[in-house]
Design a protein around this ligand. Structure first.
Ligand code: SAM
Length: 250
């Protein structure tokens, strides 16, 4: 899969692509990420990429022209290199909120052209003519789409086969259908008893029992009670999908 990222700040992606568990996927090209510096597609001595908004108001708006030139260059290169057709995604507070279902679908796809906005946003005419889908990181406003693009690439890359050391480990994560979309259970490691700032805290004894059935049962109960407490709608969704057993409902 191939992602082409159109951004004014390609340098922000350097450390992200070179560190962490996903770096193998990026380095090997399993998740091929190409960065496209938008300013290279701007014209004039000042390589201008923004201008004042028509109608007045604060801030600047990204010009449609450099974006369209860069977008066209991406599409031509993708075609010349035989990359499959892929949608153009704009990161925007107006978009659909990122969630596991969206990421899992993307993880099966051909990749995308990712557009990172800045300033007050992008001239609507570019969005109308070139963008297929808008995706939001959440109901708040970032100063640019790059952080959202990195979140998207990170979540998609870790679902690729072979990226995580333990192949099935993402299936044990929160929201995964393999765990009925529930929240993850708590995790513990050494020491068995930890002296914390508020006193001694021991690992739940069942986790030291070596009894796999009981451990699984404990983890299931934890997932259910955490989800019921923190995200009750996940319980409702699991119930509606027929994923809760009579044991779970007790
Ligand atoms: N004026 C815009 C609004 O109120 O919706 C916000 C523009 S924001 C300062 C600049 C850029 O950051 C946006 O064009 C978008 O690409 C990105 N951005 C901001 N918030 C985002 C979010 N919640 N999710 C994804 N991208 C976001």
């Amino acid at each position: 899969m191939r992602f082409d990222v159109i951004t004014l700040f390609p340098e922000l992606f350097g450390p992200f692509l070179q560190h962490g568990i996903n770096r193998r996927a990026f380095a090997s090209g399993q998740v091929d990420v190409r960065l496209w510096p938008l300013r290279d597609y701007a014209e004039g001595n000042y390589r201008r990429v923004d201008d004042r908004p028509f109608g007045g108001g604060p801030g600047m708006v990204m010009l449609a022209d450099p974006l369209a030139r860069c977008w066209q260059a991406v599409r031509e290169q993708r075609q010349a290199e035989g990359a499959p057709p892929a949608p153009t995604v704009l990161f925007s507070p107006l978009g659909r909120r990122m969630d596991h279902a969206l990421v899992a679908r993307e993880a099966q796809g051909p990749g995308a052209i990712l557009v990172c906005g800045r300033y007050e946003g992008i001239d609507q005419r570019f969005i109308d003519q070139c963008v297929d889908v808008q995706i939001s990181l959440g109901d708040f406003v970032l100063s640019g789409g790059e952080v959202a693009a990195m979140a998207w690439l990170d979540a998609v890359a870790r679902l690729q086969p072979g990226v995580l050391n333990d192949a099935g480990s993402h299936q044990q994560d929160s929201f995964n259908p393999a765990l009925d979309g529930l929240l993850d259970c708590p995790h513990y490691t050494r020491p068995e008893v930890w002296q914390g700032p508020r006193g001694q805290a021991a690992v739940p004894p069942v986790l030291l029992s070596g009894h796999h059935g009981q451990i699984e049962q404990w983890r299931r109960r934890e997932r259910l009670s955490l989800s019921a407490r923190l995200r009750p709608e996940l319980i409702d969704q699991a119930r509606a999908a027929g994923r809760l057993s009579p044991d779970d409902e007790r």
